[in-house]
Each structure stands twice: as C-alpha cells, then as structure tokens.
Design a protein around this ligand. Structure first.
Ligand code: ZN
Length: 46
C-alpha cells in the first residue's frame, strides 16, 4: 500500500488508516492521516 499523502510505502498493518468512499487508505503517521481527513477528495484518486 502507498500513503497517498507522502507516497511512502506502508504495510497493510499500518496503525493509521481512514476509510473514504468504501476504500481504505493507509498512512505512515498521524500527521498524514490528519491531512487526508481534512480533504480526502483531493487525495483519494483512483
Ligand atoms: Zn506519510
């Protein structure tokens, strides 16, 4: 999986994750998750 914010590779066991439109996104850190949660529509492509 790839962190949509910073493009870092993260495992499916990543602690930080969000669901958006039925998809689950994984993040390397709380900071990346918070950025996603503010504006998911600008990161959740594809
Ligand atoms: Zn990240």
């Amino acid at each position: 999986m790839q962190d949509p914010i910073c493009k870092m590779e993260v495992g499916v066991d990543a602690r930080f994750r969000s669901s958006y439109k039925g998809k689950t996104f994984y993040f390397c850190s709380e900071a990346c998750k918070q950025r996603f949660d503010k504006k998911p529509e600008s990161f959740a492509k594809g």
